[in-house]
Structures are given as C-alpha cells and as structure tokens.
Ligand binder design. Sequence first.
Ligand SMILES: Nc1ncnc2c1ncn2[C@@H]1O[C@H](COP(=O)(O)OP(=O)(O)OP(=O)(O)O)[C@@H](O)[C@H]1O
Ligand SMILES: [Mg+2]
Length: 314
Amino acid sequence: MAGPVLCVSGLTKRFRRFEALVGVNLSVEPGTVFSLLGQNGAGKTTLIKVLLGILKPSEGTAQVLGFPVGSVQARRKIGYLPEDHRFPEYHTGPSLLEFYGGLQGIPRQERRKRIGFWLDRVGLGGRETVRIREYSKGMKQRIGIAQALIHDPDLIFLDEPTDGVDPVGRREIRDLMLDLKRMGKTLFLNSHLLGEVELVSDRVAILNKGKMVREGSLTELTGSRPSWIFGFAGDPIAFRQILMAKGVQCSVMEKPGASPPHQWEVFPESEAVFGELVKLAGEDPAGLRFLQPRRESLEDVYLKSLGQREAVSA
Ligand SMILES: Nc1ncnc2c1ncn2[C@@H]1O[C@H](COP(=O)(O)OP(=O)(O)OP(=O)(O)O)[C@@H](O)[C@H]1O
Ligand SMILES: [Mg+2]
C-alpha cells in the first residue's frame, strides 16, 4: 500500500484520571520493523490495544492500513500476539490454529495446509498431539506467533514475542521476524530485550510514562556521538599526554583488573583532529594494535532518554 501502515496523531489514553498515553505521534512505513521500548507500565501494551481497537483513545486519531482504528477491514489484515496470552489449555497446536483459522474465515482445505506450514515454521512440527496445558513457556509463545500469522496478515503486532523463550528459540523467532519483513509484512514489536530490538528494527521509539521521548532509525538514535577506540599493546603515555594537551574528550575503556592492550575511547571534534591522532597513535612506542569506530548502543540511548545515565562513558 502507498503511505504509512500506521499513522497516529496526538493520541492520549486515560484510565479515569490516570494518563497511560500522552499526545503520542507516530508513523510506520510498510515492510519495516518498528519497535517500542519502555519501562514496565510505560504504556506499550496500551498503545497496541488502542491500535487494535480493543481500547478507545481518549483524544487523538489513529489510522491502521488506511482505515480508522478498530474497523473490520483493518482487523482482517492484522495479526496479534498478546503479552501473557492464555489460550484454552485443552487445545493442541493444530486444534488451536484450526479454531483461529476458522474464525478468520480461511477455507478448510487451505486451513489444513497453513496449519502444517506454520507449526513447522515456528518449530512445533512433530508435537501435534501435545495439549497446551503441557506446553513449556517457549512452546506457548511459538503457538501464539503461529496464531498471529495463520490468516496471512499484512501488519503484525508482537507484544514481547520472545518472553520466556530460550536463546536458540529467540534466534529462530528473530529469523522468522526478518523473513516476514522480507515478505513485505510490517511488524510492530514491544520488547525489553534491547539487543534483540537492535538486530531486527528499522525504527525504534521510546515511551516514558506514556510520552514518546525518542523516535528514529537505529542510525539516527545511536549515531549522535561517534567515537573511536584506540587499542595499544602497552600504556600509550605520549598519546595520552597529547590528548590532554589538545583537550580532546576521551575516556579509558579498560574494565577493572583487565590486562593490556590498553584501550582509549576518543571523541575527535573533526576529521583533521582524527587524522592527526591516528598519526600520533601510530608513532607511540606503546604500539597501536587496532582502531575501531564505536556507536552508542541502544542501551546507552535508552538509559539516557529515561534520565538514567547522563553521559555514556565520560
Ligand atoms: N484497563 C486499565 N485500567 C487502568 N489502568 C490501566 C489499564 N491498563 C493499563 N493501565 C495502566 O496503564 C499503564 C500502562 O500499562 P501498559 O500495560 O500499557 O504498560 P507496558 O508498557 O505494556 O508495561 P509492561 O512492560 O509491564 O508490559 C500502567 O500504569 C497500567 O497500570
Ligand atoms: Mg506490556
């Protein structure tokens, strides 16, 4: 479709007098992965529920797939993995997907094919006779993801998709998310796992107490403080003195008790200063071993935007 898949403007959600979302604006382009970060209670699930039409906004507007939020046309094209879902425990994987596939109006023959496909795809192939009451946490997440995808939606909301899933399973789910993106699907992800978010997302937004405090592509969010790590075999006394004399911002990278090579994170103000420092570092008797660019991690950006960390390493 042309234009954004999600378009939210001035969205506020109040529960009595408590404001769970305050003036949220966002736009999500088709075929991208959009991730929402925030502390417990920040309003992430509330935002998803408003976008699904489960909760009514108190103020503002939201359009989903070109339709007003909550419309039947939009819902048909949306998949949803809720957080803490509880599917009826007497179901097996196939019977649960049969039930949801039926609700979505998928013809019986087609349903059969899709159920087999998705059970295999989420790693539940061969476990068809196991009832949900006997499922492990990770198996519950996997069947929840299959349930969200069975009707081939264009836009998929995943609220903590890897919650309780082991590292191998998390990797598989991540690969599945990237496959869905390659197929042109749009993904809206809520997650606390910043490393995971960093690996799959095109854009990231940070909610703090219902307010959107940062939004941007990963490069926009993490590229604001480019620095370089200079790694030496020994202590670069001459190089350090030059950094001090020139007033170049820098910090030592060593962890307590770590042995050489000695590493310094340096923030050159310009290309010219950087070039000069590279030359001087190369001449230092301590022996330059490596030079590596460094971006802020998403964790640095996240903590800073919540006021938990003033500066990254200074
Ligand atoms: N139905 C409701 N009635 C009253 N308050 C609610 C309701 N639903 C959510 N809230 C409140 O709104 C705030 C946001 O909750 P929400 O579940 O959206 O947070 P979240 O960011 O998804 O947190 P978590 O990371 O723990 O899942 C919380 O303070 C919560 O108590
Ligand atoms: Mg939540």
